[in-house]
Design a protein around this ligand. Structure first.
Ligand code: ATR
Length: 282
């Protein structure tokens, strides 16, 4: 009879969340548990009805394919989650179910030191226009980035920007970035350029990502949210070119940390990230 949180999805066996939250619970000596729960779409209603009545339940993370569907089961939705149109963290708060999206916070976390500095202009080239890209584009727009969205078609990229209420920004087809460009980047002093892969391309078992680095401005930070493999071909090439890189475990751990604080009322012990990362890639 100990307090617990869990992750719900269908399938759920692959989820790394129990490892991450379990690691932090152990480190902090908190008497609590974090489980996986296999919940099918048809069972969401019964799931939330049961958990609402369970005083030990501290909330849940939500993964594929329920991140949109669970909005209908929340009593209150955080405005950021509402704009993104997806919830990944649900917490009982004062008798109501509150829905949050911690993906954007997790994504921004490794960028924080950079974001503290002033820039004349911030531009983010975002590859992909799926669910993860929604949280990322919304978070980056909030940090003053001009987004360039690359989707399978330019129309899809434009619709993506419109649906997030991002005025401006640029939309183009992903394949445009596969071929070299002779665009001559100007002096990037005072600028912050980010290139983010949000597609599954480059992931083990998925097709490769074709990005010609002539589209990557000098001095860019290259961020891949794929974490298997940890060093994707995109990050390997960026590193070889001397660019700063951020891997997908950063966002995975960051979004979990924001959820953990809500579930268990304690900050995740991030001083142990190195050990946690070793476990996550084992
Ligand atoms: P998420 O979980 O973020 O929603 P996703 O839907 O698997 O992830 O894919 C994210 C993005 O990668 C999407 O923009 C997707 O394009 P579609 O929306 O057109 O499906 C893109 N993507 C996935 N596989 C791709 C491929 N083989 N080529 C190009 N883009 C791809």
């Amino acid at each position: 009879m100990i307090p617990y949180a869990e992750v719900i999805g269908d399938p759920i066996a692959h989820s790394k969340s129990p490892l991450i939250h379990g690691f932090w619970l152990d480190q902090l000596g908190i008497e609590g548990a974090y489980r996986r729960a296999h919940v099918r779409a048809a069972d969401l209603h019964d799931y939330f009805a049961a958990r609402r009545a369970d005083p030990l339940w501290r909330g849940c993370n939500v993964t594929v394919p329920h991140k949109q569907a669970v909005l209908a089961h929340c009593d209150w939705i955080d405005p950021n989650a509402a704009t993104i149109g997806a919830v990944n963290t649900i917490v009982p708060e004062n008798g109501v179910l509150a829905g949050y999206n911690t993906d954007g916070i997790g994504f921004l976390e490794p960028l924080r030191p950079l974001l503290l500095r002033p820039h004349l202009f911030r531009m983010a080239r975002i590859l992909g226009a799926g669910g993860a890209a929604r949280a990322i584009a919304h978070a980056l727009a909030g940090e003053g980035f001009e987004p360039v969205i690359l989707a399978r078609t330019a129309e899809k990229a434009r619709a993506f920007l419109d649906s997030l209420g991002i005025s401006g920004g640029h939309a183009a087809a992903l394949e445009m970035f596969a071929a070299p460009t002779d665009f001559a980047f100007d002096d990037r002093a005072g600028l912050l350029d980010l290139v983010v892969n949000t597609t599954p391309l480059g992931m083990a078992g998925q097709p490769p990502l074709h990005l010609d680095f002539s589209h990557v401005p000098p001095g860019s930070v290259v961020y891949d949210i794929v974490y298997a493999p940890l060093e994707t071909p995109l990050l390997a090439e960026a590193r070889a070119r001397g660019l700063r890189t951020i891997d997908g475990l950063e966002m995975l751990i960051g979004q979990a940390a924001a959820a953990f604080a809500r579930f268990f009322g304690a900050a995740a012990p991030r001083e142990h990230d190195a050990a946690l990362r070793v476990r996550l890639v084992a």
